[in-house]
Ligand binder design. Structure first.
Ligand SMILES: NC(=O)c1ccc[n+]([C@@H]2O[C@H](COP(=O)([O-])OP(=O)(O)OC[C@H]3O[C@@H](n4cnc5c(N)ncnc54)[C@H](OP(=O)(O)O)[C@@H]3O)[C@@H](O)[C@H]2O)c1
Length: 287
C-alpha cells in the first residue's frame, strides 16, 4: 500500500500528501480528557507517519491539551516534511462544551499553549476556527481576531494562517488582512453545502480540508454507499474518501481514527479509483 498514489497538493508552500490524518479522535470520549488507551493512541500516530502521512491536523482544545501532548510524545523530534496544522478560536468548558475564545489574549494564550504542548518554536499553520455558530459557518466579521493572529505571524510564532468554519464572504474579508493558505470546513458525501466554495478555492489554488470526511461522530450510513463499496470490493469508508479525492484536486483529507486498523483501511483509499457510474450514484446521496 502506498498513499503516494493519491498525489499531493500545495499547502503552506509544501507538497502535502492528499491523505493525511486528523488527531481529534485520540482524546478521550467526547474529545475530552485522556484517551482510553494511551499506548494505542501513540501507535496510531506512529503508524500514520510510518505509512507516509505528512499532514496531521490537531488543536490544543482537543482534550484540552491531550492530543497535542500525544503528538509530541509519539513524533518529536518531528520529521522535516511533517506539516502540523492546528486551530485556535475555541476553548472547552468544564462540562466538555465548546466555547468561543476570540479575544486577543485568548488567541495569544492558545498559540502559546499549542507551542508548549507540541514542543515547537513556531506553528506551521494555524486555522482560525470561527465560533459564531459552533455547528456551521455563520456570517460575521472576523477582522478583529484575524488581525490578532496576523500579529502573532509577524512575531514569528505562526508561519501560515488558515480558516475554519467560514463562509465565502468571510474568506474574502480575511484575504484583505492576511494570506490565507487553506479552508477547513465540514464536507463529505452527504453534507455538500460547500460545493461552490470548493470549486472557487480550487480555481484560486487554495487547499480545502474537509472535516468529518467520514461523517464525524456518526459515520456515514447510506444504502448507495454500501452498494458501491460492495461492488468495488472496498469498504464504505474507503469509498467515501476516494469520492472526496476525486471531487476536487485541492481537497486534502484528514480522516480521524483511534485505531491502527482503521487508519490503514483509510489510507488504502489512495489506490481506489471510482468509475464514473459509481461517482454518479454517490453524487445522488448529497442532493
Ligand atoms: N475545524 C473543525 O471545526 C473540526 C471539527 C471536527 C474535526 N476536525 C478535524 O477533522 C478530523 C476528521 O474529523 P473526525 O475525526 O471528527 O471525523 P471523521 O474522520 O469523519 O470520522 C471519524 C469517525 O469515524 C470512525 N472511523 C474512522 N475510520 C473508520 C473506518 N475505516 N471504519 C469505521 N469507522 C471509522 C472513527 O472511529 P474509530 O476511532 O473507531 O476509528 C470516528 O468515530 C478530526 O480528527 C479533526 O482533526 C476539525
Amino acid at each position: 500500500m502506498t498513499i503516494d498514489q493519491a498525489g499531493t497538493y500545495s499547502l503552506a508552500g509544501r507538497d502535502v500528501k492528499r491523505l493525511g490524518y486528523g488527531a481529534m479522535q485520540l482524546a478521550g470520549p467526547g474529545v475530552f480528557g485522556p484517551p482510553r488507551d494511551h499506548d494505542a493512541a501513540i501507535a496510531v500516530l506512529r503508524a500514520a507517519v510510518a505509512a507516509g502521512v505528512n499532514h496531521i491536523d490537531t488543536s490544543d482544545f482537543y482534550g484540552p491539551h491531550v492530543t497535542n501532548r500525544l503528538i509530541r510524545e509519539a513524533l518529536s523530534p518531528y520529521p522535516d516534511d511533517l506539516l502540523i496544522v492546528t486551530k485556535i478560536g475555541a476553548r472547552r468548558g468544564a462540562d466538555a462544551s465548546w466555547l468561543p475564545a476570540f479575544e486577543r489574549d485568548e488567541l495569544v494564550r492558545a498559540v502559546e499553549d499549542n507551542l508548549k504542548n507540541l514542543g515547537l518554536e513556531a506553528l506551521d499553520v494555524v486555522n482560525l476556527r470561527l465560533m459564531f455558530d459552533v455547528h456551521g459557518p455563520a456570517e460575521g466579521s472576523l477582522a478583529a481576531p484575524l488581525k490578532a493572529v496576523a500579529d502573532l505571524q509577524r512575531q514569528g510564532l505562526v508561519r501560515h494562517i488558515g480558516l475554519s468554519n467560514v463562509t465565502p464572504t468571510q474568506f474574502e474579508e480575511a484575504r484583505e488582512i492576511a494570506e490565507i493558505v487553506g479552508v477547513q470546513n465540514q464536507y463529505n458525501l452527504a453534507h455538500r453545502n460547500d460545493d461552490a466554495f470548493i470549486d472557487a478555492l480550487a480555481a484560486q489554488g487554495v487547499a480545502y480540508v474537509p472535516f468529518f470526511p467520514l461523517g464525524g461522530f456518526s459515520p456515514l450510513q447510506s444504502e448507495a454507499l454500501f452498494d458501491v463499496a460492495a461492488r468495488l470490493e472496498a469498504t464504505p469508508m474507503q469509498v467515501a474518501l476516494a469520492w472526496l479525492l476525486q471531487r476536487s484536486p485541492n481537497i486534502l483529507l484528514i480522516p480521524g481514527t483511534s485505531s491502527v486498523a482503521h487508519l490503514h483501511e483509510n489510507l488504502a483509499a489512495a489506490s481506489l479509483t471510482l468509475p464514473e457510474d459509481a461517482v454518479a450514484e454517490l453524487n445522488a446521496i448529497g442532493r
